[in-house]
Design a protein around this ligand. Sequence first.
Ligand code: FAD
Ligand code: SF4
Ligand code: SF4
Length: 434
Amino acid sequence: MEKKKVVVVGGGIAGIQASLDLADRGFEVHLVEKSPSIGGHMAQLDKTFPTNDCSMCILSPKMISCADHDNIVLHTYSELEAVEGAAPSFKVAIREKARYIDVDRCTACGDCVAKCPVKVPSEFEEGLTIRKAIYIPFPQAVPMKMTIDKDQCRKLTEDKCGVCKKVCQAEAVDYEQEDDIIELDAAAIVVANGFDMMDASTMPQYGFGVCKDVVTSLQLERILSASGPTSGHLQRPSDGNEPKKLGFVQCVGSRDTRTHSYCSSVCCMYATKEAILAREHAPDVQITIFYMDMRATGKGFQEFVSRAKDSYDVRYVRTRPAMIQSANGESGVLMSYETRGLAGEPVTEELDLLVLCPALVPAKDNYSLTKILGTELDADGFFVTPKLAYPTDTTVYGVLVCGFASGPIDIPDSVSQASAVAARAAEIIEGGRA
Ligand SMILES: Cc1cc2nc3c(=O)[nH]c(=O)nc-3n(C[C@H](O)[C@H](O)[C@H](O)COP(=O)(O)OP(=O)(O)OC[C@H]3O[C@@H](n4cnc5c(N)ncnc54)[C@H](O)[C@@H]3O)c2cc1C
Ligand code: SF4
Ligand code: SF4
């Protein structure tokens, strides 16, 4: 009997877990990921709260299982093009974008990367280092195949260069490659396209993009990662020195009616995690977390905060910064804030490195995806889940949602939701309750 198909949109931890569970149940899963590799944001993280387990040690085996599973077809560098019909017989079109690489030939030898003259900021390293126009986004990428960035490649933009094709002994480079459209019938669709981080430079009072030593929390994840741009050494961008005073600012654009009024949910805990890790990497550094309210509501979370205070000497200051600017020209940061609960005295503090925790916002494709799927978004831009009894259902029967696409959520809850989605999809496809 032909296997029923399920399309999963987004290859972060939520989409990966949903795909594995669905595939184990015997469905043929088509996992559609828009970037060149599956993995999502979890691949960028050093460790995960509240246990501080190595992020890649958990994620990487799941990524490999996805690639190896007989019931999973990976469509990386791909997007949902069109959807027609209704559950359990959606007609789905997937656009597989041209990589300009024959993936059956590419051995990931890297000869092309060494010769490519074009350098652009690496998205995976949050702009802290560069990649080439021909690239694999990170060392554990799945699939481990090159992609040519058509907007940066000199051959594809100016008909110059062509070096990668000359050096590729496997004859894998193909500048003539075109997008492919794959059409299939799907019994259910799972949305798992995650989140984006708010551009912190849109709130100039926080100094991001102006002060060299103001970075985002995702940038600090990369700085703390052994595979990151500083090989895990805590260094500030301006001069590469180890900071002596490190600060975190919570709720940058979250819980702020001018920007995003909701709580991004994970920042209090990941800032605490990053503070502990920073202290482990640089035992002399003094760390302060400047916060509005400490939201430590999950299992073991309050204990995690207490551990940061008691065992790692992390200082928590309840405040809202008024102004952040460069300390002395190039390096350091001056932060002005009022201390709440005390006399409300204004304080100006000098820090060597300041980490912003910006709002985590709906993925930018949510609106176009909604147009394709017929689903609805809530006022914040996340997918509406209207049924209390079926919390992974969207407003379209047979279109399910899990992970950050449904609203702010951490990794363990994303995994639980993903498994719930697989069970709910099976119920819908195999004739369960409506
Ligand atoms: C700095 C930082 C630190 C964190 N630390 C922790 C931690 O320690 N512990 C913890 O539990 N949580 C942590 N989190 C939260 C964690 O990152 C999220 O809970 C988790 O990544 C959610 O997974 P997801 O699969 O829903 O989304 P994502 O990880 O965002 O994955 C979504 C995927 O969908 C793809 N995609 C997007 N749009 C489309 C489209 N239109 N078509 C196809 N594919 C698409 C994306 O490329 C991506 O691969 C942290 C978050 C941040 C910002
Ligand atoms: S495209 Fe060719 S040169 Fe580049 S990694 Fe693949 S096989 Fe090697
Ligand atoms: S052809 Fe494009 S991708 Fe290849 S080496 Fe030149 S610039 Fe880089």
